[in-house]
Design a protein around this ligand. Structure first.
Ligand code: HEM
Ligand code: HEM
Length: 182
């Protein structure tokens, strides 16, 4: 198993990026919802700080991932997979890329229009080059409170699809993103 993808299997780099982004998104949704129920104060601020820091890492990983995707083969759908499942799989994958970037943009714009950058674990802060504006801030905040829903719904459909392929159809789709094909 090499670094690059082949026509039948994801390579090590694609696998690593896939699973790091997956962990990052679970953490972001959890921390985002956690702080939403909290009163203003130090505890909420530190959760927001960690949330935004993880989001900055996810932004980096997602960018590398998209570039890498165009630099090598993408494993083909398994033989015998019905056309409707191929279509749903492709739509869900692109839907995930798009909705994750929308959510990242909304988060970054929310901070930027609020007069803040994106903190990265206290190491440095990524400046967001937009003017401070409270109307725009509220608008991006509303987008951010809504746009994680499509991300979460697509993740659920995506996981169900992976489990369906593995346990019911019994093909290599889950294996080629994890331990490797038989
Ligand atoms: C794909 C990446 C992201 C996901 C999945 C995500 C998820 C969430 C969720 C689920 C919430 C709670 C929303 C609610 O109150 O209903 C939230 C809130 C928040 N997020 Fe994110 N987020 C992401 C990226 C970012 C980024 C890049 C930033 C900016 C640095 C950010 C900053 C915030 C802030 C400040 C809140 C609190 C907003 C409020 O309570 O009004 N997020 N996020
Ligand atoms: C427990 C959680 C997850 C499981 C079991 C899972 C499983 C898989 C599997 C088996 C594949 C390979 C599909 C194939 O080779 O045809 C895949 C690809 C993919 N996954 Fe996940 N995944 C999970 C979480 C996520 C999350 C959170 C995201 C959000 C970004 C995501 C985005 C993607 C994308 C975009 C692809 C397509 C890769 C490409 O060809 O460009 N996955 N996933």
């Amino acid at each position: 198993m090499g670094l690059k993808n082949t026509i039948t299997e994801h390579g090590t780099l694609a696998k690593a990026l896939h699973w790091l982004v997956a962990i990052g998104l679970f953490a972001l949704i959890y921390l985002g919802l956690q702080q939403a129920e909290m009163e203003r104060g130090d505890a909420r601020s530190s959760i927001r700080f960690i949330h935004a820091s993880i989001a900055a890492i996810v932004l980096l990983l997602m960018t590398v991932r998209i570039v890498w995707r165009f630099m090598n083969d993408v494993p083909a759908h398994p033989e015998g997979m019905p056309a409707w499942q191929r279509t749903i799989s492709t739509l869900v994958h692109w839907g995930l890329y798009i909705t994750v970037f929308v959510q990242l943009t909304a988060g970054a714009m929310m901070n930027g229009t609020g007069g803040r950058g994106i903190p990265v674990f206290g190491l440095f802060t990524i400046a967001v080059p937009v003017a401070k504006n409270s109307d725009a801030h509220e608008w991006w905040e509303e987008v951010h409170e809504v746009a994680w829903w499509p991300v979460a719904i697509l993740i659920v459909v995506h996981i169900l699809g992976a489990l369906y392929n593995h346990f019911i159809v019994k093909n290599d789709v889950l294996r080629r993103m994890t331990v490797g094909v038989k």
